[in-house]
Design a protein around this ligand. Sequence first.
Ligand code: ZN
Length: 366
Amino acid sequence: MKEFAERRIVYNLRCLKFLIMKNSIQLFMMGMVLLSVNFHSTLFAQNVKLKALIIDGENNHGIWPKTTMMMKDFLEETGMFEVDINRTAYTWQGPHFDPSIGLEDIKELLTMYPLQNGQETTAVDKSKPDPDYSPDFSKYDVVINNFGWLASTWPEATKKNFEEYMAKGGGLVIVHAADNSWGDWEEYNKMIGIGGWGGRNAESGTYAHLNDEGELILDKPEGGCGSHGPQYEYTIETRDADHLIMKGIPAKWLHAKDELYERLCGPAENMTILATAYADEEKNSPPWNKNMKGTGMHEPVLFTIDYGKGRIFHTILGHMGYSMECVGFMTTFLRGAEWAATGKVTQKIPDDFPGPDEVSIRKWDK
Ligand code: ZN
């Protein structure tokens, strides 16, 4: 009986071994199938990168040839975007010169960060319209605007093409001084929600900011449209934690040295405020006019706008290269660009995202 029981055990063990082996082979085969599906979907994903277009050429922030390359690099590093640049034939880098970048002539940036697409451009000392500027927006999932203050008006047909592209479901990212451009272009003002300078005034619409209670205040622009204090590190506060762009971003984080735009005004329609920063009356008082105070309001720094079927992500951050080296800038810019392109956000929040008390910088020295 004992012998029989032992044989039974041996037999059962053999069966078990066989079953394990059989299951292992099945599991192995299944794994191979899954791997190959995954491999193919990765290949597929690689084949269908999102197409992004950075537009630039005229911006009072003379650093723009570098910041365009920084943003191109950030986008490409995700492996999700394929990036083209379309530049106006005449380039202008503005009246201000920041000696902190260590160059004798700001135009050196154009040769330090050359276009790789063979496009020839001519640097001019005063912004000058390019009558042939006509990017084919329809080829792209998202357009990133790195124009700035005093950018020349686009040809009428180009404006119409862009309006149509956006209304039909295009994507747009407005970076910092891009909201200074084209104050007299009505449809553009609708796309950006609110903007500053560029001829904007009390007729352009309202301010749009939050009071201490978090209520949206759409007041009349009585102190002009657009101002900012000296550059400093400031705290950014999430206002819409459930928005796809903001999911997982801390409630408060410290942004690297940058300008805090305030008094932006415009139609302010179909706008969703994602994050704000507090414009302290003293700290955000413009250095060029000490009689002018900060608004004492929580100013929108990240927001979205719906324009027809189009999606716009607007970030007021990014005054200089060092402002864009902030991991908070990079992360929100990249998530905003993906959302503008697709309506979804799949990127993770990086481990080095800034906390409430300390900035987080990734140096970009390419
Ligand atoms: Zn600026």
